[in-house]
Design a protein around this ligand. Structure first.
Ligand code: SF4
Length: 329
């Protein structure tokens, strides 16, 4: 029996390098060895984008095509859309009853997003409750493993706490999921902050070579390196950080040394990065174009995925209701 893994992405547009190195690459390799459930988290998208839902369907299709082009294979993993799984909201309701506000407010990503995003957008019940929805997504399929970046570990800890609490309050049924920590490098955006859709600092996976070069040319480098012959400090440079995702160790050390001795200029260094990024995305771009000509594939995969997951999820929900004596006479 393979261990069950679950992971989801918000459909907020096409995927970028941060998604790819942060989790997608990992998902593609996990499907070979685990029982994987990957979902398009359209309800999660509402936590910040509830005002305008007009693009949700388009973003869902685009993301599915991105996933497939990156190598996810519906014959090796189950792909579905969160809003097709009708048992999730009921489980959110039960979990929400057992949590205090403080537990949710203490989540580091919540605090960070409050600082980074417009507070009018994120000061909502739905946004604060994001980790409860995440817990329901994971526990409704009985996942044992969840691939997460380090910043998501506190959320997963809360999921584990929710499972423990439920299991001890009632007659427990949920496995406590364990993290699979991805060793992904931190992918900086073009402004030096973490690459993110919300910050508008991203490079999409299907971006054309010219556009990639343009974006990389705008990236923040070592601010102390004003002229070509100034010696640089690669450790503060976002271009160097992004090189880390593409260059083998010896080559990275070489760039480090060249930068420190002003043996390479920032323009040349950025050009090298753009070439490597382009080369690595060439296959993806080609496959994506091929898949775009078969849009019906998205609906077919989602239908099949939701059939399978709804069956599993309704089983867990029935057990949860039974354990809580909900609906009993
Ligand atoms: S040479 Fe490269 S690593 Fe050094 S500061 Fe310029 S862009 Fe950054």
């Amino acid at each position: 029996m393979k261990n069950r893994v679950v992971s989801g992405y918000r459909p907020t547009g096409r995927l970028h390098l941060g998604h790819f190195h942060g989790n997608l690459k990992n998902m593609v390799s996990l499907q070979e060895s685990h029982d994987c459930y990957f979902f398009i988290a359209d309800w999660h998208a509402l936590t910040t984008d509830y005002r305008d839902t007009s693009k949700l369907a388009k973003y869902t299709s685009e993301m599915m095509i991105d996933w497939l082009a990156a190598g996810l294979d519906p014959d090796k993993c189950t792909i579905y859309r969160q809003s097709d799984i009708t048992s999730i909201p009921e489980l959110v309701l039960y979990f929400g009853m057992t949590l205090s506000l403080g537990e949710l407010e203490r989540c580091p990503t919540y605090k960070e997003q409050l600082r980074e995003l417009d507070s009018r957008v994120v000061n909502t019940y739905g946004f604060l409750g994001y980790p409860v929805l995440m817990a329901a997504d994971i526990l409704i399929v009985g996942a044992e493993l969840v691939p997460v970046g380090e910043d998501q570990v506190p959320h997963l800890e809360l999921t584990r706490e929710i499972a423990r609490r439920f299991n001890s309050l009632y007659d427990g049924i949920f496995p406590e999921p364990q993290p699979i920590l991805s060793k992904a490098p931190r992918i900086p955006g073009t402004d030096g902050r973490k690459m993110s859709k919300s910050y508008g600092n991203y490079i999409q996976l299907d971006e054309e070579p010219g556009e990639i070069l343009k974006k990389i040319n705008k990236m923040i480098t070592d601010p102390a390196r004003k002229r070509r012959d100034d010696k640089g400090h690669p450790e503060v440079c976002s271009v160097f950080q992004l090189h880390g995702a593409y260059l083998p160790k010896e080559k990275l050390d070489e760039v480090d040394g060249l930068c420190r001795e002003a043996g390479i200029g920032c323009t040349e260094c950025k050009k090298m990065l753009a070439e490597n990024v382009n080369e690595s995305l060439a296959g993806f771009r080609e496959e994506r174009k091929r898949l775009e000509k078969r849009p019906e594939i998205v609906g077919d995969i989602l239908r099949e995925g939701s059939l399978k997951v709804n069956e599993i999820a309704s089983g867990y929900l029935a057990e949860a209701r039974n354990a809580m004596r909900i609906g009993a006479l």
